[in-house]
Design a protein around this ligand. Structure first.
Ligand SMILES: [Zn+2]
Length: 280
């Protein structure tokens, strides 16, 4: 290897955070949690194993994703219910909050809106933190399991990857063909999934999710949302996905409405204020 003489010096330079997030709009978590106290359940959807389902959450309502029956990972897509072109932006969420998100952190939307779509208000897996392998829960580093990568790596024709499940669910919800629905499916929040990057090779890894029945991740909807959740064919993602080999369980989505005036003073976030002129 033709390392320069000062290689060690260059490597020793201390990193700086790309996007210091102290100037992000403050999360009124206390306000949200007080509003949640009196909230009333307005609906639920049970997502079948190796399949997906859509759900709708009005701005100012809460939604909870719960593990039921067994350890199961979920792949979550979110869209602005009134405009599918505004959707969850996994990469920018990662840049702002890090590889995994939890209480008080947000799911941000795509350009040009770039605003909070949902804020995590409760996470029963908060205790997990970062394990000795560099693994943590609820990542925004994976994409979603999909039949194309499965085919690339093993020649398989498997039809119940999260990508396909989300495509079918969105098509059914909106009366679209699969071809019309597929381009709207995007990189997910990996709910309950335990993942990281290996320290030596930097490869994406997964390990058995620490989730157990009764655990949940709960969100406050910042805008009117259309959501789709897939109960990944990987089950707890301890061994493999893109097959029917793993034990899979349903996931429960519940929606809660706050009582009147509980959110007084809160406003749905406005669109990003960049003027869009790009220097012309
Ligand atoms: Zn999956």
């Amino acid at each position: 290897m033709n390392e320069p003489e000062d290689a060690a010096v260059r490597r020793a330079v201390e990193p700086v955070i790309c996007y210091p997030n102290e100037t992000l709009p403050e999360v009124p978590l206390g306000h949200f949690l007080r509003a949640r106290e009196g909230a009333v359940k307005t609906g639920e959807v049970m997502v079948p194993p190796r399949d997906a389902a859509c759900f709708r959450v009005p701005a100012g309502h809460f939604f909870r994703i719960s593990s039921v029956e067994g350890a199961q990972v979920g792949d979550l897509n979110l869209w602005n219910a009134a405009d599918l072109s505004e959707r969850f932006y996994s990469g920018k969420t990662r840049a702002l909050h890090g590889t995994h998100i939890s209480t008080g952190e947000r799911m941000w939307s795509s350009f040009p809106a770039l605003r909070p779509m949902a804020t995590i208000v409760s996470d029963t897996l908060n205790w997990y933190g970062m394990d000795e392998f560099g693994g943590s829960v609820h990542d925004v580093i994976g994409t979603r399991c999909d039949p194309y990568t499965g085919n690339l790596l093993s020649g398989a024709q498997y039809h119940h990857c999260c990508h396909s499940n989300l495509t079918r669910a969105l098509a059914d919800e909106l009366g679209l063909t699969l071809k019309e629905a597929e381009p709207h499916v995007h990189d997910v929040l990996n709910v309950f999934m335990c993942t990281g990057f290996t320290r030596d090779t930097g490869q994406y890894f997964m390990k058995a999710s620490p989730v157990r029945p009764g655990d949940y991740l709960e969100f406050f909807a910042e805008i009117d949302l259309l959501g789709a959740l897939s109960a990944c064919p990987g089950g707890d993602c301890s061994s493999e996905h893109t097959s029917d080999a793993a034990a899979c369980y349903p996931l429960l989505v519940e929606v809660f409405a706050p009582v009147a005036r509980a959110l007084e003073g809160w406003e749905s976030p406005s669109l990003n204020e960049y003027d869009g002129s790009h220097g012309r």
